[in-house]
Ligand binder design. Structure first.
Ligand code: IPE
Ligand code: IPE
Ligand code: MG
Length: 247
């Protein structure tokens, strides 16, 4: 929940009127971060998890409404099973360790993607975090786990049709996993890759895109501030004519 006054935001170089409502992040580069340091990839994933706390906390404190994080894609299932095992262990550890602080900050956690593919202990840790924080009114934190934008669209269409809904843009939007977070305003990808990798295909139709070479474990609050200041200077036209800045 927003902790800072508009004046405090200004001290960070932020304009309270130009904070994105929905931020999505493709947290990429853990493996290369580790390799460059001569460490195993697992160490990169651990450092990546550690980078989360500061980012989530700051988004909550500046009044971002929704934050959607890409943690594991449908395509990541192709990785060696040892690496998947490391990631599963880190997920369980993360939820168990952070849940109390997230809850205390009124963060509402939800997973998007097909959780049923994961081992029972991962599902349990995630479901527990979702249940515990379900009624919180602060930051909506969506964690994409075994998520793919195409799979999400197919499932949304299927459910809309099963419910007898007409297939229209607004109805489909209501069946997406992120329905209550709405469209993405700012999409960030770390590690220098310039692609979307099957993340939130529908929701990013008019998102502002921000790419940085910084690898996810090094993505600090200062790096997020850079992205936010950059976003605040964008002219979002949504196909219309020039406005005086971000709406
Ligand atoms: C992102 O880091 C985390 C996941 C995809 C799970 P990577 O593991 O993709 O790191 P790089 O891209 O190989 O450096
Ligand atoms: C995207 O990163 C998925 C996550 C960050 C969870 P990848 O590392 O899997 O993407 P590609 O393979 O470089 O496109
Ligand atoms: Mg990667």
């Amino acid at each position: 929940m927003k902790q800072y006054t508009d004046r405090e935001l200004a001290a960070f170089g932020l304009d309270a009127q130009r904070i994105p409502k929905h931020i999505a992040i493709i947290m990429d580069g853990n493996g290369r971060w580790a390799t460059q340091k001569g460490l195993p990839r697992a160490a990169g994933h651990r450092a990546g998890v550690n980078a989360l706390r500061e980012i989530i906390r700051f988004c909550s404190d500046i009044g971002v409404e929704a934050l959607t994080l890409y943690a594991f894609s449908t395509e990541n299932r192709k990785r060696p099973k040892e690496e998947i095992g490391v990631l599963c262990g880190l997920l369980i550890e993360y939820f168990n360790r952070e849940i109390d602080e997230l809850h205390a900050n009124a963060v509402r956690i939800r997973s998007i993607g097909d959780l049923s593919w994961f081992p029972g202990a991962v599902q349990e840790a995630v479901r527990n975090a979702e249940q515990k924080t379900a009624k919180n009114a602060g930051l909506k934190l969506n964690i994409a786990l075994n998520y793919g934008g195409r799979a999400e669209l197919v499932s949304a269409m299927r459910r809309a049709i099963d419910a007898g809904e007409p297939l229209a843009e607004d109805t489909l939007g209501r069946y997406l996993d992120t329905a209550d977070a709405g469209d993405v305003d700012l999409l960030i990808r770390t590690s220098g890759e310039l692609r979307i990798s099957n993340f939130l295909l529908w929701q990013i139709a008019y998102a502002e895109l921000y790419f940085t070479d910084v690898k996810w474990p090094d993505f600090t609050r200062e790096e997020l501030l850079r992205a936010l200041r950059d976003y605040a200077g964008r002219d979002r036209r949504f196909g219309g004519l020039k406005t005086d800045g971000v709406k």
